[in-house]
Design a protein around this ligand. Structure first.
Ligand code: PLP
Length: 452
């Protein structure tokens, strides 16, 4: 490494165009440049240490510096650094990885399709849905229902699917095949006095009306994160999936679970589908599949979809889709090592334990704070929505700015959180222990008190 540490911030500002960054904020504050990581901690180039309350971007589930994963990647890159799976070629380690993934699927699945990101995973699903309906003689079933506040990626189609208007403008996105329905955002959107269950029924009714309005014969699939992440950390209200899945089945609409964040243990079950007892037709996974050590996505295809594809194979010809890095051997090696560690270290049990403790401690520390409107989440996904007035739920006047101030106060105390507008979120590495949870809560409570 030859980077001039003293000038690194300036060099960054002059050379790196940052994703999802307001240039004015970057110019005002300068970047925070990370250098090393171990366990749940990362250290910046100036030696300041942080507890990473976000596992990078909801992905470093097994923590930083895991020798088991880097050794597997190192060995694989020496053995065979790259080959591909186009035109019937394959790679031994990718074959093994696909088999291991299928063993861990929440419901029987027939095939895995690999890519390099959550965005490309959801793009693959969209194409699969179109391909499947084309092959079974229903080519008009093309539309995809997604939800406001959802996040499905930032490629052109997946940005359209994402239910965050800030990601739609000013880009020329193909909104044609996308229809949005309401987010299951109980705290903000449920009418006064309505129970969670009633709100779920209300959303189901809205969904069915939308399907009838659009015409079920034009709709291919419904996409859902188990717990919404980037759109404000929104867990579904009680009975949500129970209410909506029968509607999808009745109208012959595929259910795609976007488990890019929730997969591989984040909720305390291996999959969000298991937490909410749903049987998806397609699952998108990424991030935790390699614990963030390698960019990789894995899309699961159910027998219902696969059988149509396979039985029409002769007529269908080539599936004209794929990425150079689909089934990358180093990614497959990282995934195999990660999957093994999730089992061997009993990660799910740790998530369940630490989740209960984290929510209890967070509620005890700031549950009564005048600016804390809602503490919500599931497993190790936690959201704290800040408000101006708890009683009326009035929003903060400059929510983005306040969220950012809390984020900065936390960073000054050595804690990384993420501000999604007025909701501060945590998704720490799944290996976090009790003492680290205490530290996370103490530092965060202090940061909230610093600002509000
Ligand atoms: N889907 C969900 C639920 C996500 O949270 C994300 C990213 O955070 C994506 C898809 C997109 O993944 P990527 O950023 O790897 O393209």
């Amino acid at each position: 490494m030859t980077l001039d540490i003293q000038r690194a911030g300036t060099i960054d500002q002059q050379s790196l165009f940052h994703p999802f960054t307001a240039i004015t904020d970057l110019m005002a504050d300068g970047p925070t440049i990370m250098a090393t990581g171990k366990g749940v901690r990362i250290t910046d180039i100036h030696g300041q240490e942080y507890l990473d309350g976000m596992a990078g971007l909801w992905c470093v589930n097994l923590g930083y510096g895991r020798e088991e994963i880097s050794a597997a990647m190192d060995a694989q890159s020496r053995r065979l650094s790259f080959f591909h799976a186009f035109n019937g070629m394959s790679i031994d380690v990718a074959v093994e990885c696909a088999e291991e993934l299928l063993k861990r699927a929440p419901v029987p699945m027939s095939r895995v399709f690999f890519g390099a990101s959550g965005s490309d995973g959801n793009e693959t699903q969209a194409k699969l849905i179109w391909y499947y309906n084309q092959l079974r003689g229903k080519p008009e079933k093309k539309k995809l229902i997604c939800r406001w506040n959802s996040y499905h990626g930032s490629a052109v189609l997946t940005a359209s699917m994402t239910g965050l208007p800030g990601m739609h403008s000013p880009f020329l996105l193909p909104m044609g095949p996308i229809v949005h329905t309401s987010a299951p955002y109980y705290y903000r959107k449920a009418p006064e006095g309505m129970s969670e269950r009633e709100f779920s029924r209300h959303l189901a009714k809205e969904l069915e009306e939308l399907i009838e309005r659009e015409g079920a014969d034009t709709i291919g699939a419904f996409f859902a994160e188990a717990v919404m992440g980037a759109g404000g950390l929104i867990p579904p209200p009680e009975g949500y999936f129970e209410e909506i899945v029968p509607i999808l089945r009745r109208h012959d609409i595929l259910l795609v679970m976007d488990e890019v964040v929730s997969g591989y243990g984040r909720l305390g079950t291996y999959w969000g589908a298991q937490m909410y007892n749903v049987e998806p037709d397609l699952i998108t996974s990424a991030k935790g599949v390699t614990s963030g050590y390698f960019p990789m996505s894995a899309c699961f295809i159910s027998p219902k979809v696969w059988d149509v594809i396979e039985s029409n194979a002769a007529a269908a010809g080539l599936f004209g889709h794929g990425f150079t890095y689909s089934a990358h051997p180093v990614g497959a090696a990282a995934a195999l090592a990660s999957l093994r560690l999730i089992d061997e270290e009993n990660i799910l049990a740790n998530v369940q334990q630490q989740s209960d403790y984290l929510f209890a401690q967070m509620r005890a520390a700031i549950g009564d704070h005048r600016a804390v409107g809602d503490i919500r989440g599931k497993g190790l996904m936690v959201g704290i929505e800040l408000v101006k007035d708890r009683a009326t739920k009035e929003t903060l006047p400059m929510a983005d700015r306040t969220g950012r101030q809390v984020l900065k106060a936390a960073a000054a105390r050595g804690l990384i959180t993420r501000a999604l507008g007025d909701t501060l979120v945590f998704a720490p590495p799944l290996v976090i222990n009790r003492a680290e949870v205490d530290e996370l809560v103490d530092k965060f409570a202090a940061a909230v008190n610093d600002v509000l």
